[in-house]
Design a protein around this ligand. Structure first.
Ligand SMILES: *Cc1c(COP(=O)(O)O)cnc(C)c1O
Length: 426
């Protein structure tokens, strides 16, 4: 029953486009009414009609320690009572910068910003400024926020809504964004060779998340690193989703590759609006006020967000990642058992606590493969799970997330429900 959510949606639509402040929340891809959420705790979210769901969206990634994590709550409460924003430097900003730099291989300096979009648009500005070139290469299906340069073949929201290229993005901007195919190194080489001395950077999600979870295959990241070095192109690894999620030091640690620039977000804000970009000394010394490349923000390094981020990172130790890996493995093994026992034409990918069940027999290597998923069946499955109290991302083109609050018992419960839901779908 979603009576209150339905009434709220109708009311919201009068003053907010689509009734939501970010398009994917509107359930346009899967249809139906999105539950309006009242509160959340641990692995659960509760809607206005008092329905309870096991949550695999986790605010689209940030809530890696579960919702309303007591230490994050306490840290944020303490910080907000001390004044929520000063527009001046604070000691805690150094603490979080040091924590991030210490964890992430190859990272020398970071600048805090307020969203992943800001982090990615700032990183490409730095790359363009340093390399004095204008074009960038991104991958079909990868999402790097909603800045103009990235709204070209941009995954998740844009794809679900069928708006691969947003109106309002100028032709000039679109021309400067070249599209390669994930897990296809030759597609990158061809673009660089076809645009000699024009490509400033290659930006990618090291594990695709915004077109469903797709791991890099056959040393793709290492090959990309070598190619970028060979061609003097900056490599930007967008860890907004994968950072501090797929490993303690992010995907760069997991896959042993060092980019020139990094983007972070989601997990580092502990559920508050915070993100960061960073890189090598060479790159980051060009950022204002040390260098000429401008970037600024009134609420950047916000004390409440920084306190929450520190409280999150402190809890994300080696043990936490072992636990997340174990929970992920449990879910994956359970799904596989159901798939094999019933011969369903499904496949899955999982990297740590990120996963996607594809309505496609596989292999899934990139966005082009995901496009041939059985979306109608996915949508049916999504609603069959929602009805059973499991909140999955409302699109096939999204990754699911686990938190440390997802106990083995909760995962067993979800697997039972998935088995029943799939039997309803097939
Ligand atoms: C979510 C996301 C972004 C954008 O972050 P926002 O905070 O939503 O602006 C950028 N890159 C990746 C890989 C993301 O998953």
């Amino acid at each position: 029953m979603l009576d209150k959510s339905q009434a709220l949606l109708e009311r919201a639509q009068k003053t907010i486009p689509g009734g939501v402040n970010s398009p994917v929340r509107a359930f346009k891809g899967v249809g139906g009414t999105p539950p309006f959420i009242k509160r959340a705790e641990g692995a659960y979210i509760f809607d206005e009609d008092n329905n309870k769901y096991i949550d695999f969206v986790l605010s689209w990634g940030p809530a890696i320690l579960g919702h309303a994590n007591p230490e994050i709550v306490a840290a944020a409460q303490h910080a907000v009572a001390m004044g929520s924003s000063f527009g001046a430097p604070t000691a805690a900003e150094i603490d979080i910068a040091e924590m991030i730099v210490a964890r992430v291989p190859g990272l020398d300096r970071v600048r805090m910003v307020s969203s992943g979009t800001e982090a990615c648009m700032s990183a490409i500005r730095v790359a363009r400024g340093v390399k004095s070139r204008e074009k960038i290469i991104k991958f079909s299906g990868c999402y790097h926020g909603h800045a103009d340069s990235f709204l070209i073949a941009a995954g998740s929201g844009a794809m679900t809504l069928g708006l691969p290229n947003s109106p309002g993005v100028t032709r000039g901007t679109a021309q400067d964004t070249l599209i390669a195919q994930f897990n296809n190194i030759e597609s990158v080489r061809a673009l660089i060779d076809a645009n000699p001395d024009q490509v400033a950077a290659v930006i990618l999600e090291p594990v695709c998340g915004n077109t469903g979870c797709i791991p890099p295959q056959d040393d793709f990241l290492k090959k990309l690193r070598a190619l970028c070095t060979e061609k003097d192109v900056a490599l930007i690894i967008d860890e907004v989703m994968t950072g501090f999620r797929v490993a303690r030091g992010g995907a760069v640690e997991r896959y042993g590759v060092k980019p020139d620039l990094y983007c972070f977000g989601k997990v580092i804000g502990g559920g508050f609006p915070m993100a960061a970009y960073g890189g090598t000394h060479e790159m980051m010394s060009q950022v204002a006020p040390d260098g000429p490349i401008y970037q600024a923000g009134t609420l950047s390094g916000n004390p409440v967000a920084v306190a929450a981020g520190i409280a999150a990172l402190k809890q994300l130790d080696a043990e936490a990642y072992d636990l997340l890996e174990a929970r992920g493995a449990q879910l994956e093994a359970g799904f596989q058992k159901i798939i094999d026992a019933n011969g369903y034409p499904l496949s899955q990918h999982r990297v740590g606590s990120m996963f996607t069940l594809f309505f496609h027999p596989g292999p899934i290597r990139n966005h082009e493969d995901v496009k041939s998923c059985d979306l109608e069946r996915f949508n049916h499955f999504f609603h069959a799970m929602l009805k059973r109290g499991v909140y999955l991302a409302p699109s096939q083109f999204e990754a699911g997330f686990l938190s440390t609050a997802h106990t083995p018992e909760i995962i067993d419960e979800v697997l039972e429900k998935a088995e029943a839901a799939l039997a309803e779908v097939f």
